[in-house]
Every structure is written in structure tokens, then in C-alpha cells.
Design a protein around this ligand. Structure first.
Ligand SMILES: *Cc1c(COP(=O)(O)O)cnc(C)c1O
Length: 406
């Protein structure tokens, strides 16, 4: 079965009633027949639901769907992408640990990484997204390697296969934020990654109507080594120990559970992911080529002269994502360009069906120190564009008009 078909027919039905759409269990608690049943459910000795902060039937079906799409052993959904990212990291890091991360990170993630300093965890950034550069930073304190598939908004592309190999040679897990690519472009677990994260607020939802996140865990990594002492309690579960702790501790104790209604809305969006991605990626490539032909300073992995083009072409099956950036020389010119767009939206989001433009330096990266901003490719003259599914002639028309005004 190919991707779009699998997407539509994988576990979306309710087995009890045959409902073709996901039922919404908008409940906090679940009553049990006996005290013994309640005891067993809390101990994990009987299948069932206790409380929606721990698990919920609507959310469980969505989690299974994402786990299957990503070829994972299982998944845990969270209230936001940031809740998913912080849980995936805090599940294993301890004071004294180091994280090696690609530099081209979403601003919220680098804000969170800065926060980790107060927990005694240090993040070392790789300026250039090349495997040798990651290798140089590995020490005996390194706990994990963290990357984005396509950096938002740096647009650096990670060679997932090569980096997974390096990570595993050093007994390190590779954690990948695949929000920008979605399972439509790549299934990072198939390339050797161990944990995949999505902010489902973006392309998975597609309509920009709910915030959400999900962590999908692979089947292979040996979490039960001494290095991962936080997983000690779950060691008997072997390769499943990370996933078990993620739900039992990160979701249940920190409490960042999603609302069943948001899961429902996101799940409706997911049905059309393949169609939207196909259209938006094609639009992004066409817009990037148009902007390049007008001698604009455009960055997009789909352009032939881009240093990541060949890697992106093979890794992402000849599509290159929906994000591109433009540079204008100064902040003033960048602002003027944004203000000259007539109907595409000025908004802080990506993966919407509508085209969205933002000036990252003054918004998402307003808290980032200069060094981190540079590392993330965020300069004062840069704007980020997330292309939607409009008719391409209209989209080019809007950008053509704005180019003429700067
Ligand atoms: C938006 C985003 C996040 C954070 O997700 P939220 O749902 O906004 O918390 C994480 N990573 C990337 C790449 C993103 O674009």
C-alpha cells in the first residue's frame, strides 16, 4: 500500500460501532466495575482507562495511527510540540549530561535547551550540519543527539542515515524533530533514528486549529544499558523502556496531555496530509524557482544550487518541504516586503493550508542570544515563508507585487 492509501485506511474506525470518524471521548475519568479492576488498571495488569491525563481512547487511536505511519513501536501524544520535545529529552537526561544538537533549530526548542542549563544539562551546537561535526563534539557525557530533519528556518538538511550510524557507534540515541517533513516526506525511524517528534499543530493538522505534539519511539535502540539510569525502573521492558517511561513519567507526572477534541480535529487534518503536502511542496518549489528567477536571495533545498539539494532529493523522495526563506539585506526592506504582501498571512505558524510569512529575528528568536541566532541562520534581514495550497499563479502574483514594492 502506498502512503496516501495507508493514511486513509489505517485504524481510523471505531471497532465497537463502525463509526468511520474517530469518536471523541470527552471525559476525564472512566468508571470501573470493581475496586479490584481499578487496582489492576492502575497497576497496568488489565487493559483499560483510568484518567485522561494518563490515557484516553480517542488519543490512543491517534497515537497508534502515528506510530504505524512512522513504523514505530508506539507513540505518546502531548498537548503541544514543545511538551513533546521537552518530554522526549527529559525522559533520559540528568544533571551533568550533554546534548549534541544541530544548530538549525526551531526557536522554541533552543529556548527550552537554554532552560536546561538550570538543570545542569549542557547543549552543544553543531554549526554546520555534517556528520563529522557531530562526531567532534561527542564526549563521555553525551546522552543523545538531537536534530531537525530540515532545520526551521535554517533549512539545513540532516543526513539521518549517516548520523544514526554515528550515534549508534557511540551508544547514543538519535532524536529527530520531523515536524517540517512529516511522514509524507520521510520516516526517520526507517533511516535509523530512534525517536521521532512532531508538532502536530503544523502540517499534520493542516488547518491551524489545534496545538499538539507527538513522540514516536522506534523498535531497536537498546535503552536498557547503564548509560540510561533514569530508565532503570523500566529496564525489564528492554527496547520498550523509553516508551514506557515516557507515558508513565513524562506524560503522567508533568501532565501535558492533549485534549480529546484537539486530537479529533488533528486526526481529521491528518486524513488529507498526502494531498496537502504534495500541493504545498510543489507550490513551494515553483515559488522558490520564481523568486530565484527574479534574482531574490532565496534559500530552498529544492533549488539545484542548494548545498543540501542532492541529499534532500534522495532522502525526501524528490520533494523538498513547504518552507523557504528570503533575505533582503536589511530589516527595513524585509519588513517592507512582508507589509507589501496583499493577502497571504503574516502569522507565526507553519504547515497551514494558507501561506504564512514571518520575520523570525523579531518574533520567534527574540530571546535567543546572538550566537544561537547565527547558528540557527536567523539574521535581521531574513523572512520565513511557509507555502500553502493556493493556486500557484495567485501565490506568485502576491509575491511579485511585493517584490516590486521594495
Ligand atoms: C512549531 C514547532 C515546534 C513546537 O511545536 P508547538 O506545537 O508550537 O509547541 C517544534 N518544532 C518545530 C520544527 C516547529 O516548527
Amino acid at each position: 500500500m502506498k502512503f496516501a492509501t495507508e493514511l486513509l485506511y489505517s485504524r481510523v474506525c471505531d471497532n465497537v460501532t463502525g463509526s468511520t470518524t474517530l469518536p471523541i471521548y470527552q471525559t476525564a475519568a472512566y468508571s470501573q466495575a470493581t475496586a479490584e479492576d481499578m487496582e489492576k488498571i492502575f497497576a497496568g495488569r488489565k487493559a483499560g482507562f483510568a484518567y485522561t491525563r494518563i490515557s484516553n481512547p480517542t488519543t490512543a487511536i491517534f497515537e497508534r495511527r502515528l506510530a504505524d505511519l512512522e513504523r514505530g513501536a508506539g507513540a505518546v501524544a502531548f498537548s503541544s510540540g514543545m511538551a513533546a520535545i521537552s518530554a522526549a529529552i527529559l525522559n533520559i537526561v540528568e544533571s551533568g549530561d550533554e546534548i549534541i544538537s544541530s544548530g538549525g533549530l526551531f526557536g522554541g526548542t533552543s529556548d527550552f535547551f537554554r532552560e536546561l542549563k538550570s538543570f545542569g544539562v549542557k547543549v552543544r551546537y553543531v554549526k554546520e550540519n555534517r556528520v563529522e561535526k557531530f562526531a567532534e563534539l561527542i564526549t563521555d557525557k553525551t546522552k543523545l543527539i538531537y536534530v531537525e530533519t530540515i532545520g526551521n528556518p535554517k533549512l539545513d538538511v540532516t543526513d539521518i542515515c549517516a548520523l544514526a550510524e554515528l550515534a549508534h557507534e557511540n551508544n547514543l540515541p538519535l532524536i529527530v524533530d520531523s515536524t517540517v517533513t512529516t511522514p509524507y516526506l520521510v520516516q526517520p525511524l526507517d533511516f535509523g533514528a530512534d525517536v521521532v517528534i512532531h508538532s502536530t499543530s503544523k502540517m499534520i493538522n493542516g488547518g491551524g486549529n489545534s496545538i499538539g505534539g507527538v513522540v514516536i519511539v522506534g523498535k531497536k535502540f537498546r535503552w536498557n544499558s547503564k548509560k540510561f539510569s533514569k530508565l532503570e525502573e523500566f529496564k525489564h521492558l528492554g527496547t520498550m523502556s523509553y516508551l514506557a517511561r515516557l507515558r508513565a513519567k513524562m506524560l503522567t507526572d508533568f501532565g501535558g496531555c492533549p485534549s480529546p477534541l484537539n486530537i479529533f480535529l488533528t486526526n481529521v487534518g491528518l486524513d488529507t496530509l498526502a494531498l496537502r503536502m504534495e500541493r504545498a511542496c510543489d507550490n513551494a518549489l515553483a515559488l522558490a524557482k520564481y523568486l530565484e528567477s527574479k534574482k531574490a536571495e532565496v534559500n530552498y533545498p529544492g533549488l539545484k544550487n542548494n548545498i543540501y539539494h542532492d541529499l534532500a532529493e534522495t532522502q525526501f523522495k524528490n520533494r523538498f518541504g513547504t518552507m523557504l526563506t528570503l533575505k533582503f539585506g536589511t530589516k527595513e526592506r524585509a519588513f517592507r516586503f512582508i507589509n507589501s504582501l496583499s493577502y497571504t498571512l503574516k502569522a507565526s505558524n507553519i504547515g497551514d493550508v494558507r501561506t504564512l510569512t514571518i520575520h523570525p529575528a523579531s518574533t520567534i528568536y527574540k530571546n535567543a542570544p546572538e550566537g544561537e541566532k547565527l547558528c540557527a541562520g536567523v539574521t535581521d534581514d531574513l523572512i520565513r515563508i511557509n507555502v500553502g495550497i493556493e493556486d500557484i499563479s495567485d501565490l506568485i502574483g502576491d509575491f511579485e507585487g511585493a517584490l516590486q514594492k521594495i
